[in-house]
Design a protein around this ligand. Sequence first.
Ligand SMILES: *Cc1c(COP(=O)(O)O)cnc(C)c1O
Length: 362
Amino acid sequence: MGGLEQHYVNEAFKTNWIAPLGPNVNGFESDIQEFIGGDKHVAALSSGTASIHLALELLGVSKDDEVLCQSFTFSASANPIIYLGATPVFIDSEPDTWNMSPELLEIAIQDRIEKYKKPKAIIAVHLYGMPYKANEINAISKKYDIPVIEDSAEALGSTYFGQACSTLSDLGILSFNGNKIITTSGGGALITGSKKLKDRAVFLSTQARDDAPHYEHSSIGYNYRLSNVLAGIGRGQMRVLDDRVAARRRNYEFYKSHLDDFDTISFLEEPQGVFCNRWITCINTPSFEMREHIRLTLLEDDIETRPLWKPMHLQPVFKDYLHFTNGVSEQLFYSGLCLPSGSNLTDSDLDRILKKLLKSLT
Ligand SMILES: *Cc1c(COP(=O)(O)O)cnc(C)c1O
């Protein structure tokens, strides 16, 4: 925590706003709005997953629809497609950003139009905080008139040609889960350029109560609004977001500068025009065996590292769904590794990790 969170939480208790509405919810939304810029409207919600669910709902996704989803991601990007009874179609990554391949996206769209019908939405992900190729993806979205949901759960603080991630497409989502760059313990947000869509998201997230003195419902609602207590944590966290990004980028620079001489280790580098929050520093190696050797060497000293996300098209739960693949995310899953990347790593933590990394590489 940064220090001011408790102040806003106490404020919620003092004023008795212990509810999914109140001054912290509104304040948190304006703080996010100000940070991301670009004339956007923000709805604070209970999680990133809930935000994706509502985004799909706002786009009218339902049974019989297909949604194109980046395969290399966390399962929460794809699960809400299933909640709505729709069908995911998974798209592999390109090697520059490890995110959705524009080529495969277009191939998939043409295939689905020819064999079934036009997909209803695209879910693209800025994985590990690295912006996807938004210019290319947006051009395809425009060409076929299919909206993009921008999963920015890991990318708050990243920018693409000066524009904040979560503001690059029709609908963006953020997550404030405990493992993200800032946290409310659990929380999320929906970002949209349309005031009407924001109001609709808030309406749906608070049980879809129509305007009447009694309880009147003409749509199915959700209980997805963020608590005013948790929004208080969020307001404090927004004050230290820039510091958190700086700390994560420092971790990356540290690992990169000390491992640069090893040809076998490669890093995910920022393409031109891109600023990455470096939520997690990831490396790629030539093989599963080498990755496992590094991982197990660090584990000897109780240093936990993790393989990269296992692609959705390789997950047992999604194995029967259509996918358009090129081997990129599968290779990353078998050979890549997430290094310790917390914002609170000290110099001596980093030195201790580096010692084991060097041992595993020599
Ligand atoms: C964390 C995460 C989510 C889900 O966010 P929650 O707030 O945990 O529900 C969705 N997509 C990605 C890529 C994530 O990392």
